[in-house]
Design a protein around this ligand. Structure first.
Ligand SMILES: [Zn+2]
Length: 565
């Protein structure tokens, strides 16, 4: 999502209206009390991204001189089939060895080497995958949660060990959080900092709305140490500016990812951005605009208003009818061209999934326990909060969205099938999609698109890793697969994720126990290993549940549940 409705920095904060007003209690944010009337219209930058508190003793174990994870089935992320049982040996934060632990169908060997370990994790019968890579995130800002650790812990609890912030937070905070995470001083995934042109307190060059100024900013930001650039083709980023940014980014070994919004897509669609050398197209924007049947500009309704978010999001789905047929020669030509230009597709289907079935999204299993009250408030239909655009969402609109998604999914699957790269990103924190949970939903939706479960897992691991490290001149990424020599970022789960990705949700999946004839929740990640540190994923979730309760108490709300209209 882009948080700036009109292209300038703006983040509306709405308190005490739709969501909270219904609970009847007066609400206050951590930073300001609501005035009479209960509604605050604070216009402020996203500076509320509060850094995570320092990692406390007991928050994660390790890294260890030598750790052995025993008796697992390995799904290594490379597309190789599951194999096991194996023991995984980790030295500090590097996978040092993967050893056979026995033969399927027979009892595992006892007393297996190595014995000189500092830490042994008995994961007999569990599954191990590479840590997941979320390619599109924003850290929680203070209109969503008290601090960024809310999003960090939800990511880690769902196996996400690496995130690409686009942006995670303002430039300085992104960089300091990245460094703190790299030193394991905070409980957080590995962070990649993609920032927006013009960001940075030390940048004195003003608006980056000409090729020269944009290039100067890219050079400046590269010196600050960012990993890449998030483009939005707003009024300050016409085609010549985007082209300059992409060109300069390549010279500086920075990655690029673009949200090709309706504002600029009429002059630069995904095909044209790919020709200019763009790294990743995120969301669906730009793809179908590259394949319109009647020229490059969508047929806006005469009363369409981009600043009205229901127009903006509702009418996206019209592209379903305005673009060329699935599987037509133009369709394949588009995909072939994108592949030739090495463009990565990062669809973030999950973040707009509510458009297909709003009631499902509102009533998802996780909200009551894990959704921060201010985030819940942010989601509620509002003319001001970004992405809360369900003013009068109808059967007709949902059908339009289902049709549009069907076509979008076909596009992604076809791209995968010709060898194009598709990654997994969530963009959580908007539209009823909390951090972590939204990521798992994206895995579900990739499978729905036609990816087989092994392909989904590759998209979630290796494909993300490749996309993050290639711009740095590292075609062989240190993460993304479970192989000797790679960094120890792992997900350890009781249930086989390939059998049902729903088992990765922190709230698990429901399954009837045939012995007791009772429904049980199975799954949830057991352990997430980041940089050789073992996190108990259930403990991370209970930390989050506790944070949520504490916020509700502070805001004078009941600890259980959330206000529903
Ligand atoms: Zn976003």
């Amino acid at each position: 999502m882009k948080k700036h409705k009109f292209g300038f920095v703006r983040s509306a904060l709405l308190i005490g209206a739709a969501g909270f007003g219904l609970s009847g209690g007066p609400m206050a944010s951590a930073h300001q009390a609501p005035p009479a009337g209960g509604k605050v219209d604070a216009v402020k930058p996203r500076a509320g991204a509060n850094p995570a508190p320092a990692r406390q003793p007991g928050e994660g174990a390790g890294p260890f001189r030598k750790m052995v994870i025993r008796g697992v089935t390995l799904i290594d992320g490379s597309g190789a089939p599951p194999r096991g049982p194996v023991d995984i040996v980790i030295e500090n934060n590097v996978i040092a060895d993967i050893l056979p632990a026995g033969t399927p169908g027979l009892a595992m060997k006892q007393g297996r080497e190595p014995r000189d370990f500092d830490y042994e994790l008995d994961a007999t019968g569990m599954y191990v995958t590479p840590g997941f890579v979320d390619m599109h995130v924003h850290g929680a800002s203070d209109d969503k949660a008290p601090d960024m650790s809310y999003s960090y812990k939800l990511w880690l609890a769902h196996g996400v060990t690496t995130v690409r912030g686009v942006d995670l937070a303002p430039l300085e905070i992104s960089l300091s959080e990245r460094a703190r995470s790299a030193r394991n001083e905070i409980v957080a995934p590995r962070i990649f900092a993609y920032q927006r042109p013009g960001q940075g307190k030390g940048w004195t060059g003003g608006r980056t709305n000409t090729p020269e100024k944009a290039r100067a900013w890219v050079q400046w930001a590269a010196k600050q140490g960012i990993d890449g650039i998030k483009l939005i083709d707003n009024e300050d980023q016409p085609p010549e500016v985007i082209e300059a940014i992409i060109d300069e980014a390549k010279k500086q070994k920075l990655g690029t990812v673009a949200h090709l919004s309706q504002i600029g897509v009429g002059r630069m669609n995904a095909l044209q951005a790919g020709e200019a050398g763009l790294g990743t197209v995120t969301h669906f924007y730009g793809h179908f605009e590259s394949m319109l049947k009647n020229g490059q500009v969508q047929n806006w309704r005469h009363d369409y208003n981009y600043a009205d978010e229901q127009d903006r999001f509702g009418d996206v789905a019209n592209l379903y009818e305005e673009s060329v047929a699935e599987g037509s020669p133009e369709w394949w030509a588009y995909l072939e061209k994108q592949k030739e230009n090495h463009v990565t597709f990062d669809p973030t289907m999950t973040i707009y999934a509510a458009g297909r079935d709003l009631m499902h999204a509102r009533n998802a299993d996780w909200h009551d326990k894990y959704t921060m009250p201010q985030l819940w408030g942010f989601y509620q239909s509002s003319r001001e909060n970004h992405g809360s655009y369900f003013y009068d969402w109808t059967v007709g609109t949902e059908i339009k969205w289902r049709n549009f998604y069907h076509k979008f999914m076909r596009l992604l699957n076809d791209y995968k099938n010709i060898g194009g790269r598709v990654t997994t990103g969530s963009d959580s924190g908007f539209i009823f999609e909390p951090y972590g949970f939204g990521y798992v939903q994206e895995l579900e939706m990739l499978q729905e698109a036609g990816f087989n479960p092994s392909q989904v897992l590759m998209s979630a691991t290796l494909n993300g890793a490749l996309t993050l490290y290639e711009p740095k001149g590292q075609p062989v990424p240190p993460i993304g697969t479970v192989r000797v020599g790679k960094l120890a970022d792992l997900v350890i789960v009781k249930e086989n994720p390939l059998q049902n990705f729903k088992t990765l949700y922190g709230t698990g999946a429901l399954r009837l126990n045939e012995q007791t004839q009772k429904l049980e929740r199975v799954g949830g990640v057991s352990y997430t290993v980041k940089d050789g540190i073992v996190y108990d994923a259930k403990k991370l979730l209970s930390d989050v549940a506790e944070m949520v309760k504490a916020e509700k108490r502070r805001m004078g709300m009941p600890e259980e549940g959330l206000p529903h209209p």
